[in-house]
Design a protein around this ligand. Structure first.
Ligand SMILES: NC(=O)c1ccc[n+]([C@@H]2O[C@H](COP(=O)([O-])OP(=O)(O)OC[C@H]3O[C@@H](n4cnc5c(N)ncnc54)[C@H](OP(=O)(O)O)[C@@H]3O)[C@@H](O)[C@H]2O)c1
Length: 298
């Protein structure tokens, strides 16, 4: 299949490329220059906020499927720059969908757990009503709206709390803090303080890319929640990492309020992979097992 991946130089984009290029003809698209793992003749450098260029570029490639993973993913920056976030996350998604509409290409849009408010205390299913509480979540949800309304052949994948090799992420940030603390003498040691009152579904980009590769073979369009199994707080993840790295000092649990970040986060955004599960797809492994593999890689 001819597939175009937007955001191909990003964290998930990298794993999508690694998994899909073996069986498919893949083109990558991003705002920056061609990354080292993609051949130049397969790279399209483009800002998706430009509707005309997006339309021309996508229709020139004429892919059977566009996997749209490009987005502004820094949640606090989105909160501080809502217009930029809306342009890049919502309207750029509309631009991609309009181009797909022209040649009846299928589109797979990567959305997020932050479309939910986080007021439940049981995992969110695909039929739960989104009600985002921050700009990032709103712009991702509005992107879903365009995909649903402009296209017949689409997948919307809501995922969460991604960690992967290619880019800095919340797991790599905790790893860095712990490694730094291990090098310090007992007098120097700064306390490691990690948020404990936000629960989500940590997901390894490698596992997500493999699951997407399975899904697109089946043409079973629709809305999917797709994450590694089971849930955790960042604090629980930090404890797991500190055990792996043999860090002996205590990590302090703190609340979200203490961090005073620009964007509110949903307190509970665990995703039940319901549609995935009941259709008999192989469930993604436990996040702890995925984390162990990730830690061996980095
Ligand atoms: N990270 C998470 O925890 C998380 C959680 C849930 C859902 N998601 C969703 O999963 C997807 C992948 O996330 P990620 O963390 O892998 O992303 P990432 O590493 O931040 O990469 C995003 C990519 O999007 C590209 N991009 C952004 N704006 C663009 C534009 N206007 N035109 C063209 N390219 C543009 C960037 O290209 P340049 O580098 O060239 O600018 C970047 O390579 C996103 O849709 C995100 O919303 C992520």
């Amino acid at each position: 299949m001819k597939i175009l991946i937007t955001g191909a130089s990003g964290m998930l984009g990298y794993n999508l490329w690694q998994v899909l290029f073996i069986e498919h003809e893949i083109y990558g698209l991003g705002k920056s220059d061609c990354p080292d793992f993609i051949k130049r003749d397969k790279w399209l450098q483009l800002d998706l906020t430009n509707p005309t260029e997006t339309y021309q570029t996508v229709t020139n490639v004429n892919p059977e499927l566009v996997i749209h993973a490009a987005a502004l993913t820094n949640v606090d920056n989105c909160e501080l720059n809502p217009e930029k976030a809306y342009l890049n996350n919502t309207l750029a998604t509309r631009n991609v969908a309009l181009a797909c509409q022209r040649f009846d290409s299928a589109m797979l849009y990567i959305s997020a757990d932050y479309v939910f408010a986080g007021e439940k205390n049981t995992p969110y299913r695909e039929d739960d009503m989104p009600n985002p509480i921050n700009t990032y979540g709103k712009t991702k949800y509005n992107g879903e709206f365009y995909v649903r309304h402009l296209l017949n052949k689409f997948y919307i994948i809501r995922t969460a709390w991604l960690f992967g090799e290619r880019k800095k992420n919340f797991v790599s940030a905790i790893v860095e803090q712990i490694k730094l603390a291990k090098q310090q003498t007992s007098k120097q040691v700064n306390e490691i303080r990690i948020v404990a009152d936000q629960i989500g579904s940590p997901t390894y980009t490698k596992d997500l890319a493999l699951a997407i590769s399975d899904l697109i073979k089946k043409n079973l369009y629709g809305l999917y929640h797709l994450t590694n199994a089971n849930s955790a707080s960042h604090y629980q993840i930090a404890e797991e990492i500190s055990n792996f790295l043999g860090y002996k000092n205590k990590i302090l649990p703190i609340s979200q309020i203490e961090l005073n970040r620009p964007a509110r986060r949903p307190q509970y955004s665990v995703l039940d992979n319901y549609n995935w599960r009941i259709q008999g797809f192989k469930h993604l492994r436990d996040w702890k097992e995925a984390l162990q593999e990730y830690l061996l890689e980095v």
